[in-house]
Ligand binder design. Structure first.
Ligand code: NAD
Length: 517
């Protein structure tokens, strides 16, 4: 196998360059011509009749239809499993080079059509240009990174060769599995989970979120253009009922899920039920929610901290699992710092992501209502220092003002539950001990950050701040594939560390083979 060049993260696009801004505008126009298109249900390379449709609309303009997708009901799951099993028979034994080549080809073509993928993300998920670019760049990174990791795994060997024997150690795939991603990184997470599963020789039933079905459909078209055989990935569009039917099917070997704690725990319990005829333990890879905190100490650079907190809390309207939703501020600098936050949050431009405004809409009317409910509830107890309301009525787009609420206590609902919107709660800490105790006092443990110039505090936080991804003197969002393998502790998931060296192992089982000489 040819040696692949060293992995490098895909550079972000500089939209200040006129050529890039023009490229993005042209892609938005080109994709606008394709909105509302119908996408069939295809199983094993053949079209299958569907009774209903998943219709995706724009969060920025709810009357605008993005795509109409033939919906898969639970009855077609056995057919999709059969297609996956048939494909597994050949895909799993193909030389790893061929599976790696599929990922590399997909990365290459996605890079060539980067603005087009960004434009789909802008229309369907409401991402502004930089957020859409970050999602697309991460998808490319996952494809490139897992391609290299698959090569590395294929070259593994046992540590010890016992005298008088030849020993081999190989990683083999599990079988047909389920990939169930969320809507918030509808390209990167969906493509990353799928790529990891198939490059290791598995075949998958991919059920994207009904809030972002078109991006998954476009990715599947890309894989097919790159020569992916039928049945390696079967795209099934639908919601919770379809997801459950896939998870419960006895022929499913593994479930790779990213989404909410509630659904993740439901999947965990369903996967533990052994169905009649089931011959293996279903493996679950569950990456769930967060209640991420940034600690700001009195010795910190307060302007840098305010910039980092606002970016972490308001980027993509706070709809990242890694988003900062609690800022824990040392009481000595609390009032000064909170003022800096309020000024910055109030200055953010809210508006159409296609026009590249800083803060776009939240994903759906349900989200819009849920987030406003949290704001209303917290405003009864605390003090709203910025935002605090919807920016537009829901019919005109699901825009919510970036909201800052102080005067809360750590046990308040808004400081414990994941809100998943542009809402930041401020908590006052007496000292660093108190700050760490508050930070750790939720059921989640996904990301966190500390702003301080004191090395001793950072060292303590490294040991005691109990999260899967911890950052010092920078924002708590924006994990980079390879550099910051991503996954959470506690109720934030099974800590799979996507984009890390351990990730592909989760989609394989290792086999020891011994030859007596
Ligand atoms: P969700 O749990 O509502 O849905 C996730 C996926 O599960 C969707 O495809 C959905 O259709 C499907 N689903 C829903 N009910 C199901 C069921 N009963 N059985 C099987 N599948 C079912 O989550 P969401 O709203 O799409 O995404 C937001 C959540 O994802 C947040 O909690 C966020 O923190 C989390 N998230 C976590 C990470 C991470 O890496 N830890 C990354 C991104 C998002």
């Amino acid at each position: 196998m040819q040696t692949l060049p060293e992995f490098r993260n895909e550079p972000f696009v500089d939209f200040r360059q006129p050529a890039n801004a023009e490229g993005m505008r042209a892609a938005l126009q080109q994709v606008a011509q394709q909105l509302g298109k119908q996408y069939p249900l295809r199983i094993g390379g053949k079209d299958v009749q569907a009774k209903a449709e998943v219709i995706s609309t724009s969060p920025a303009s709810p009357a605008l239809v993005i795509g109409r997708h033939a919906e898969a009901d639970a009855a077609v799951v056995p057919q999709a499993i059969a297609a996956g099993e048939a494909a597994f028979a050949t895909w799993s034994v193909r030389p790893v080079e061929e599976r790696v080549e599929l990922l590399l080809q997909a990365a290459k073509r996605m890079r060539e059509r980067k603005f087009e993928f960004c434009a789909w993300l802008t229309f369907e998920a409401g991402k502004n240009w930089a957020e859409a670019d970050a999602d697309t760049a991460e998808a490319i990174d996952f494809l490139e990174f897992y391609a290299r990791e698959a090569v590395r795994l294929s070259q593994s060997a046992p540590r010890i060769q016992y005298p008088g024997e030849r020993n081999e150690f190989v990683y083999v795939p599990l079988g047909v599995g389920a990939v169930i991603p969320p809507w918030n990184f509808p390209l990167a997470i969906m493509a990353g989970m799928t790529a990891a599963a198939i490059v290791t020789g598995n075949t998958v039933l991919l059920k994207p979120s009904p809030l972002a079905p078109t991006i998954a459909a476009r990715f599947l078209m890309l894989l097919e253009e790159c020569g992916m055989p039928a049945g390696v990935v079967t795209l099934l569009q639908g919601g919770a009922a379809l997801g459950s039917a896939i998870v419960e099917h006895p022929a499913i070997h593994f479930i790779s899920f990213t989404g909410s704690k509630k659904v993740g725990l439901d999947i965990q319990s369903k996967a533990a039920q052994v169905a009649p005829g089931q011959r293996w333990i279903k493996r679950t890879i569950l990456e769930l929610g967060g209640k991420d905190a940034i600690i700001v100490e009195d010795d910190a650079d307060l302007d840098a901290a305010a910039d980092g907190v606002v970016a972490s809390a308001c980027g993509f309207s706070g709809q990242k699992c890694s988003a900062c939703s609690r800022v824990i501020v040392n009481e000595k600098v609390h009032d000064t710092f909170v003022q800096k936050l309020a000024q910055r949050m109030a200055a953010l431009a809210i508006g159409d992501p296609a026009e590249n405004r800083a803060v776009g809409p939240v994903i759906s009317e349900d989200s819009y209502n849920r987030i406003l409910g949290y704001i209303f509830d917290a405003a009864q107890k605390g003090k709203v220092l910025a935002g605090g309301a919807a920016q537009t009525p829901a019919a005109e787009g699901y825009y919510i003002q970036p909201t800052l609420i102080a005067g809360l206590t750590p046990a308040d609902r808004i400081c414990q539950e994941e809100v998943f919107g542009p809402v930041l709660a401020v908590l006052k800490a007496r000292d660093f001990d108190d700050a760490l105790a508050i930070a750790n006092d939720t059921e989640y443990g996904l990301t966190g950050a500390v702003y301080s110039r004191d090395e001793k505090k950072l060292k303590r936080a490294a040991a005691e701040f109990h999260v899967g991804n911890l950052y010092f003197n920078r924002k708590c969002t924006g994990a980079m594939v390879g550099a910051h393998p991503f996954g959470g502790f506690k109720m934030s998931g099974t800590d799979s560390k996507a984009g890390g060296a351990d990730y592909l192992l989760l989609f394989t089982q290792a086999k020891s083979i011994n030859y007596k000489l």
